[in-house]
Ligand binder design. Structure first.
Ligand code: SF4
Length: 272
């Protein structure tokens, strides 16, 4: 057996029953938790000893997400130091100012300096910092063509699409289901624009997590025997403008940010 480096490789060895005996909502969540070092493989009671031993011998546990991102950030910052920010600003839809560049993320400016540090009047977090640096370093600045595709149809998304569906679309759907009005109020605050005349949805919104990474969020309310539904679409140029892993990361970051804001609002009555 080759080394098990990704959640998908662990997931393939599970029985996929989503029985929750590991206290997580699904086998997919469990696989991700094992890779991130948050769960031990023995926490799934349905694996036989032989499989457990083979997994223990081959798993390369990752640090927790924050530790892993911190390592990635160190490398990304070193790469930013080699870049003339002013020369890449225009193609990225950013604004150069001396040694810094301002990138608009959800209607707010985030300032990157020549050392890769990130500053904003908004709260910044690790989910945002890595994708913004990657956008600056590797983004090709392709022009948006408005050919909208689900994540699973984006080039290079095969290893990430199950996780995107589970941790981004499904988690966001649950947030919207529980806090529909508040969620769309937040979207409005972050510069979302309503889309009309497209497919038949209850809500269809366009937001810009990065200037050349637009995202369309479609939501259908539950009706009669039909559950609610949420899908996220990207422009077909998305993987050229941001590495696919960071598209997953920044979307996951949005879900976490909205979740934190909703929790705060419910406790204090305020959003910011
Ligand atoms: S206990 Fe095992 S089979 Fe059940 S959900 Fe967790 S990982 Fe899947």
């Amino acid at each position: 057996m080759s080394a098990l480096n990704t959640p998908l490789e662990i997931y393939k060895l599970l029985n996929k029953s989503n029985c929750r005996k590991c206290l997580l909502p699904s086998c997919l969540a469990f696989a991700a938790a094992v890779i991130q070092g948050q769960k031990k493989i023995t926490d799934c009671p349905d694996l036989d000893d032989q499989t457990i031993q083979s997994i223990i011998g081959e798993t390369v546990p990752r640090k927790n997400f924050e530790g892993e991102m911190a390592d990635q950030l160190t490398g990304l910052k070193q790469e930013v130091e080699k870049i003339d920010l002013a020369s890449v600003a225009e193609k990225l839809g950013a604004v150069a100012n001396g040694d810094t560049v301002a990138i608009n993320c959800l209607g707010r400016d985030f300032i990157i300096d020549s050392y890769g540090e990130l500053n904003s009047v908004c709260h910044t977090n690790i989910w945002i910092h890595g994708p913004i640096l990657s956008y600056v370093i590797h983004g090709q600045g392709k022009t948006i063509c408005e050919n909208w595709l689900p994540f699973k149809q984006l080039q290079g998304s095969a290893d990430w699409s199950r996780f995107f569906s589970h941790r981004c679309e499904e988690d966001m759907r649950q947030l919207v289901d529980g806090h529909t009005e508040l969620f769309f109020e937040l979207m409005d605050l972050f510069g979302a624009k309503e889309i009309t005349g497209g497919i038949d949805t209850d809500y269809s919104l366009l937001i810009h997590p990065l200037p050349k990474l637009p995202m369309v969020i479609n939501y259908w309310l539950a009706e009669d025997d039909f559950a609610s539904k949420l899908s996220i679409y990207f422009d077909s140029t998305a993987p050229d403008n941001l590495n696919i892993e960071f598209i997953y990361t920044i979307t996951r970051g949005l879900v976490e940010m909205f979740r934190a804001l909703i929790v705060k609002h419910n406790m204090t009555g305020k959003l910011f």
